[in-house]
Design a protein around this ligand. Structure first.
Ligand SMILES: Cc1ncc(COP(=O)(O)O)c(C=O)c1O
Length: 442
């Protein structure tokens, strides 16, 4: 073993000792595998859509375009296909400008790594995605000017903003205060109360100093008219764009069933990213084959068929919650529970959006997520454990993701396996084995 491997091995052993070792696991979820996937972000089941596959293959056959992109967008990789998709998405989302990225990760690292300047402030929900943190860490904004607030908590946001207001301004130009939110959080499966948080922001930061970024990774394609997301739906419901959310990230690896992302922002921000964002400048552009797949996916998402998939998903989520509720009601919360729900995220039920929409993500908090995941896998369900550092200590869980293509039978079978985990005493026995016995029984 080389000296390097030796050193790295030591670090891996430390990680194993903390129970945080990650390894790749291959799952075959194809038809006939006997496994039902409840872990993927393919919320609308587009990756297995026959209609989408047929349209994509036809599109590939009908065009004589190259399959790859051959270079970065600034060199040879800006093909008519890329420009067409970018313009289409700009129109579709009603944005001033749009810029494609190879992933949501790249877009967040680019935006947060390069747009905020040293005198600015970045305020973020404590549960924002790792890509936002990576971007901020690589930025020129000192860590003392990057402040988190408690998850979805308007009071905590107000406290952070008061702290900022109390700081003497160190530069002649007033700083921009960036506010980073996610429309739907990937681990707790709860929606940001965007209107309330924006009102708090308005009370403490003058409009001209605001820059609000909403990451719609888990809502793209899934919510809003023709899959345009939550922010668009809030605007449509209000009947006007109050211009408060100026940057949106829509990603394509989850509900859209492909990969890549588009950042929607002003023309100036777009131009700034093209000039300064290293992940954009120094990376080969999305393959043309992916761009074509995205054209097909957005055709489907904008059609009645797309709306049917969104409706199917909403029905499946409602069914799952209906079956799960009595199981959780009879289970000690130390063994299994859902995170506390956010109070009504969208009060006043804006047109086209419920005041409390259903979420396809359910983080079932459990002291023994690995054992629960293995128990469910033995019964044919892929439900992955999520442990620190992905979630804070104490937030260990299994993450159940529902899809439009799940059948009611699959949902009922999964919930009865969860009920078996609790009712057979396995949950309690595993908790005791892990040194986490029920408090009530100590
Ligand atoms: C909220 C959020 N933002 C960004 C990303 C990154 O997107 P991508 O998978 O396209 O890199 C993810 C992916 O997990 C995410 O959950």
């Amino acid at each position: 073993m080389s000296q390097l491997d030796n050193r790295l091995d030591g670090l891996l052993e430390l990680r194993k000792a903390k129970g945080r070792f990650r390894r790749l696991r291959e799952y075959d979820t194809s038809r006939g595998s006997g496994l039902t996937d409840f872990s993927s972000n393919d919320y609308l089941s587009l990756t297995t859509s026959d209609e989408l596959r047929a349209d994509y293959l036809k599109r590939l056959n009908d065009t004589d375009v190259i399959l790859g992109s051959t270079g970065s967008r600034l060199l040879s990789g800006c093909t008519p296909a890329h420009s067409h998709l970018e313009n289409r998405l700009c129109d579709h989302f009603g944005a001033p400008a749009a810029l494609l990225f190879n992933s949501g990760w790249d877009a967040n690292v680019s935006f947060f790594g390069f747009v905020p300047q040293p005198g600015d402030w970045v305020v973020f929900d404590e549960l924002v995605h790792a890509s936002v943190h990576s971007g901020m860490r690589g930025s020129r904004v000192p860590s003392a000017r990057r402040l988190q607030f408690a998850h979805n908590d308007p009071e905590s946001l107000a406290a952070v903003l008061r702290k900022i207001a109390a700081q003497p301004s160190s530069s002649a130009a007033p700083p921009t205060v960036f506010l980073a939110l996610e429309a739907l959080y990937s681990m707790d499966g709860d929606f940001a109360p965007i209107p309330t948080l924006l009102d708090v922001f308005d009370q403490h930061v003058p409009r001209e100093q605001q820059c609000v970024i909403v990451d719609e990774a888990h809502t793209t394609g899934v919510y809003g008219s023709q899959g345009r997301g939550i922010v668009h739906q809030l605007k449509e419901g209000a009947g006007r764009d109050d211009g408060r959310v100026t940057v949106r990230l829509m990603t394509f690896g989850k509900g859209v069933g492909c990969s890549g992302s588009v950042l929607l922002a002003s023309d100036t921000v777009r131009s700034f990213l093209i000039n300064f964002a290293r992940p954009f400048i120094f990376s080969t552009a999305l393959p043309v084959s992916t761009v074509l797949a995205l054209e097909s996916a957005w055709d489907l998402l904008s059609s009645e068929g797309g709306q049917r998939k969104r409706d199917d998903l909403a029905a499946i989520v409602a069914y799952f919650q209906e079956l799960l509720a009595p199981v959780l009601a009879r289970t000690p919360p130390e063994l299994l529970r859902l995170p506390d729900p956010t109070p009504t995220p969208f009060p006043g039920a804006p047109e086209g959006l419920s005041a409390h929409p259903h979420s396809p993500i359910h983080g079932l908090l459990s002291p023994t997520p690995h054992a629960l995941s293995a128990f469910l896998l033995a019964r044919g369900f892929i439900v992955r454990p999520v442990v620190p550092p992905t979630v804070p200590p104490g937030g260990e869980r299994v993450r159940v993701c529902l899809r439009a293509g799940h059948s009611r039978e699959e949902i009922a079978a999964l919930v009865s396996a969860v009920a078996e985990w609790v009712d057979s005493g396995t949950a309690e026995a595993e908790a005791a084995k892990a040194g986490r016995p029920l408090r009530a029984r100590l």
